[in-house]
Design a protein around this ligand. Sequence first.
Ligand code: GDP
Length: 529
Amino acid sequence: MSGDAKSEAARRRTFAVISHPDAGKSTLTEALALHAQAITSAGAVHGKSGRRGVASDWMEMEKARGISVTSAVMQFEHQGVVLNLLDTPGHADFSEDTYRVLAAVDCAVMLIDAAKGLEEQTRKLFDVCRHRGVPVITFINKWDRPGREALELLDEIEREFRLKPTPVTWPVGMAGHLRGMVDVRDQDQMLRYTRAPGGAKEAVEETVSAERAAAEEGADWVQATEELDLLRETGGVHDPEEFLAGKTTPVFFGAAVSNIGVRLLLDAVVDMAPAPAPRELEGGGERPVDAPFSGLVFKVQANMDRSHRDRIAFVRVCSGVFERGMTVKQAATGRPFATKYAHSVFGQDRTSVETAYPGDVVGLVNAAALRVGDTLYTERRAVFPPMPTFAPEHFAVVRPVDIGRSKQFRRGIAQLDEEGVVQVLVSDRRGDQAPVLAAVGPMQFDVVKHRMENEFTAPVRLDPLAYSTARATDLEGADALNRSRLVHGEAMLRVRDSAWLGLFPSRWHVSSFEREFPDLPLETLIAAH
Ligand code: GDP
């Protein structure tokens, strides 16, 4: 018997962890899974090579680098709530995928290294969360080793992200000298952490009264209480409405590696993160969670399993109950799609999924017809707004090595464009014989090379272009770009959605162009049409 969509949706939280590489995302994911009860079996935890867990390494190239190109999904249960944790690849060479995952979550945990503060990819990912209205919970990690001052880190978040931090836990002892943690909502006690005997990784947790903490922790306790007073005066108190509106972020401190502060974070995801809500529809209105089934394809992955040469579409259930075997319709074409092969996908581990509810993710196998951004539904047609893509930063002209294989070349490039592996741009100057590929991370180009050669038997040559910044603009903007002597930019026509992209050699050129044409819109996020 399957539950009903509304009550099942209410007990689901679908989230992602956003962070800069090395901030501790894999470690935190493992720690979260330790506390929660993983619903799926082994392999649920995504890890790097040589570590516990299963890396979703679907290509030799990926194995060699020991990183994960694909996004996996992990499902576990905590306090009767089903948590769907969608993995965002955090490697420096990340791609569009990372951003798209954020279209499928209701909340994000922003993981910050206490010694480093906000880093480049944290900023980029935060921008996407803000753009999409995804509320953000902050976890300041690695408090077990020397780092920056807690107040200074909060200040940085507020100043740079215009996001008011509302600490929920507060550390006793500076980074590197962690004694314990105070729950800001209950300051009469402290959770004390001590190193586990026998060198175990997890710290031992003990609750002590405020009096005892004052007597035993001395100056550390005094400093923590003074800081807490200061916070109270400046009004940094968690307010659910402000948090959901993206104005504030609840802040937690901890050390994922010793499992410190992780349970409190998990509780927060259950208590504070929003459950799947009615989803906005293209052209106005919204789809309630208890409407007939609808889902959003947020990622398409070809050839995950080399022996099967298949193609998996990852679908986030938005409304209704998904049941394996049901026939769904693809909104873009109105064509039916049979879901006989529906899986939960964890790296290369697959198990058939029978039923899924709003917030859950299912992987549809043999999904040759499905595209990123597609809406699926059973009855009462629904179309969700298209996914915005992030402005690419790497550009290269692509040509077939062997002119005789230009048919395979064109087919392959079109396929990779549809999957969103790269964006394919056509320049008026270059024509479609030598399209320009645009990527967020340079590794997308390696994927193109690899797949063009192995899958489409059309090896390619890539010649990098000296542009590093793109801005979406309109026809008028494209025209201005072509005329601007200052920029020497190229206005590019994006084939599939007719959006214009202006390419610039540097951010400096963007600024000077903006000064020259102050009325023209230049956007960092490119809305797909
Ligand atoms: P990712 O790249 O964000 O997935 O980061 P990892 O989870 O691989 O962590 C990067 C490094 O930081 C590893 O060496 C971890 O052991 C270490 N690390 C993660 N969390 C903590 C922590 O809380 N304290 C300390 N001292 N090290 C940590």
